[in-house]
Design a protein around this ligand. Sequence first.
Ligand code: SAM
Length: 485
Amino acid sequence: MPATPQAIPEPLLRQVSLRVEETTGLHFPAVRFADLERGLAEAARAAGSNDARVYAESLLNRQLQATDVDTLAASLTVGETHFFRDPRAFTYLETTLLPDLIAAKRGGDRCLRLWSAGCASGEEPYSLAMILHRLLPDLKDWNVTILGTDINPKALARAATGVYTEWSFRDTPEWVKPRYFTARADQRYELQPWLKRMVRFACLNLVDESYPAVASNTTGMDLIICRNVLLYFAPVRTVPVVERFHRALVAGGVLVIGAVEASQMAFPGFSSIPAPSVALFRKQGSAAVTPGAVVSAALPALSPDAPPSTHAAPVAVVGPSPAPLPRAPAAQPPAWNAGSGSDSRTAAQRARACADQGELAEALVWCDRALADAKTAAALHFLRAGILQELQRDAEALLALRNVLFLAPDHVLAHFAMATIERRQGRRAVAAKHLSNARRLLAGRDENEELPDSGGLTVGRASGMLTATHDMWTMTDAAGGGRQA
Ligand SMILES: C[S@@+](CC[C@H](N)C(=O)[O-])C[C@H]1O[C@@H](n2cnc3c(N)ncnc32)[C@H](O)[C@@H]1O
């Protein structure tokens, strides 16, 4: 009989979280220990162990190998992405930044080098390839490199197939699918082979000191895009990454980071360029063109079957680093839990936006970030509970709802949500109590009053909803069946 898997005790989780941080940059503070524990259990299974605790201990007692990092990366990273994610950012790239770069290079070497660092399953670098195809009618006369790297080899393997489900096209412009994909019989979409060939993928851990290096094709970049990656990093681990990106860029090259994550980091040696939805930083020390200075020509008509010639060199996974260039002094970023109220508000907005997009794991990280600065915000605990419920993590959702009721005992929807979860878990008496609390809290209130954190639900409509739920439960119980707790 297999041994019973052990839960991982908190002191061990604390030690492992430091080990994981050193190895991958990924930050698992106490508030994310449940995610860490779940990821370790998955990694343990992938490593052939059925005991997460023993596996976790083993991570502390030995030199971790590349296969260990692969296993951890596959289980602990969040790979949420889609084509043209954050359309405003891509519009800016397509209408301003890349046309300016192209105009600056057209009379010169016609060589463009773009790198999507932390590319997950490849949607981001392929979106860049589509933009270049739209912007360059003479693509075959250019020497284009688009590199996609990630720490997670499983995600990269998916990227290399160029086959995607409908989910990768959420919030994606309508022209993308018919122009660049072939629909398959299995409801998936396959990228046109010539576009697939425009992007090269390689496994690269951003924590490694081995880049930039010619061997990994990570030098002389005109543009590095690294969005929704460093938000998962411990703040102190982002500093050397930004410094290495600085070295990987040509003078005047541009680093693109997600707007909110960038607000909590430092970018020594870069000057910031104002842009919508992303944070752009230009490597100082050149007379680079100012975005928008070149009037963007109307986008060329597409010639979908013109196979572009690209000269992207195959890349090695890692390689020896060339002698480092002089480094700009690294400023310390502010600690994530010491931000201002506006940081917390922005993180909360980001959490809601991700939750609306169905990017639940990422929404949870943003929500925790917002909560770090606003622990007493009942609305944030409620948002967290909603995300956890959608992730089917009922026990944690209940804890979050208890926090809501501790801070706002009259929160009708928290009672209602607890009722729903308790009922689902078979604890009917507890569920009935919460439902009755919610109904009592609505009694005598103005029908048109909007309930907090409800997205506009009025007292009148909520009353109808709770009564209908009460009647349905009563009928089901009368019909018999189910457990009573
Ligand atoms: C949420 S996805 C972002 C994908 C894409 N950049 C986007 O914005 O849509 C985050 C990616 O960062 C990768 N990542 C996390 N830690 C990394 C590290 N140390 N080195 C390289 N990639 C890492 C994860 O594997 C994951 O695929």
